[in-house]
Design a protein around this ligand. Structure first.
Ligand code: KG4
Ligand code: ZN
Length: 337
């Protein structure tokens, strides 16, 4: 057993500045997330330099808030964990450097954690989930099914050949005139519509390894909307949102279903910003009819947060992750493993 129990985690990979104090990987003692959504909304997406500057403004207060909520002082913290990638370089550097400063000043070990492993670990908070299992990861940058062998080792089973699912949600929302981020907006609008429009889906040949593809689906919606606009016809926005959401999620169910059969695993979880989607969560419920245990992160841990980074760090340290030297650099991309 590791001596490290209470971890202060920092996350700044995109447009959320976040800090959390996490105990033994499953209990969040205090968490703070400062979202820049309102700031980036006027540009229709995240502007990297603006994100970095706002992280710089927010980070001290966010760390203080998480520690105050947890009622801890630096003496109670055993280690610092920070997202070092994947994400926007300038944004990541703010969190990485703040974490380095704290580790140096407080003489605590520093652990570099991948954002992807953090999303997967969001499933451990307030839960009893243990590896091995399959995780369907869908965020703004990634869509994949991974075999989580233990807390450290993950193996890619299927991934997107083109766009990520979250990216498609955001682009389709934009063409429907909805604000950034598009996922929650599409979900809301879809409630008023019907899945009446047939949308394209990847067709796997027999025996072919399954994969995701969102580029064709996105282009289909863009063309559909533009065609109707050119003809001066009304766009059935709610039906478009509902049909798109269904098509996007059907892919996730199909690919995960094949992966479950292929691996023989009997446990599945979802992770990443898109895992907040209610239709996705309900669709995955079907796997429990096949005797598969289905796990979901709590809603507040689906989109970017630092609690998931603290959870990942705890279990990876248990499995022997070494502290990182203070010359740690941020990485725009990180290997999935
Ligand atoms: O994991 P995340 O917060 O950031 C990245 O690591 O990318 O994921 C953000 C993505 C965005 O594309 C957003 O539109 C999508 O997750 N998202 C959703 C929902 N909430 C967030 N997509 C569908 N339904 C939602 N409820
Ligand atoms: Zn994320």
């Amino acid at each position: 057993m590791s001596e490290i129990k209470v971890i202060l985690a920092i996350e700044s990979s995109c447009d959320e500045t976040a800090a959390a104090v996490v105990k033994e990987g499953r209990t969040v003692l205090g968490s703070a997330v400062s979202s820049q959504i309102e700031i980036h909304r006027r540009y229709g997406g995240v502007v990297p330099e603006i994100a970095s500057r706002n992280h710089t403004l927010a980070i001290e207060n966010v760390v203080k808030e998480a520690m105050e909520k947890a009622s801890v002082t630096p003496d109670d913290i055993d280690a610092i964990a920070v997202t070092y990638g994947a994400g926007l370089l300038g944004a990541l550097l703010v969190g990485v450097n703040f974490a380095k400063g704290l580790a140096f000043a407080w003489k605590k070990p520093l652990y570099a954690i991948s954002h992807i492993k953090g999303h997967i670990a969001s499933n451990y908070i307030d839960s009893t989930l243990t590896p091995p299992y399959l995780c369907m990861l869908a965020s703004g940058g990634h869509t994949a099914v991974v075999h989580v062998k233990n807390y450290t080792d993950i193996e890619l089973v299927a991934s997107s050949r083109d766009d990520a699912a979250g990216e498609a949600f955001d682009k389709v929302a934009r063409v429907l005139g909805l604000p950034y981020p598009g996922g929650p907006e599409i979900e809301k609008l879809a409630l008023e519509g019907k899945p009446s429009i047939n949308m394209p889906a990847p067709k796997f040949k027999r025996g072919e390894a399954p994969y995701f593809s969102y580029s064709g689906l996105k282009t289909f919606v863009i063309n559909y909307v533009h065609n109707l606009t050119q003809k001066g016809k009304e766009i059935p926005r709610a039906d478009v949102a509902c049909s798109f959401q269904k098509a996007a999620i059907d892919q996730m169910v199909t690919v995960t279903g094949i992966a479950l059969e292929k691996t023989g695993l009997k446990k599945v979880s979802i992770a990443g910003g898109v895992s907040a989607n209610k239709h996705l969560r309900e669709s995955f419920e079907k796997f429990s009819e096949r005797g598969v245990e289905v796990h979901y992160p709590k809603l507040q841990y689906c989109t970017d947060n630092a609690s998931m980074i603290g959870a990942a760090a705890y279990f990876m340290i248990e499995e022997g992750l070494a502290p990182t030297p203070l010359d740690l650099d941020a990485k725009a991309t990180v290997p999935l493993k």
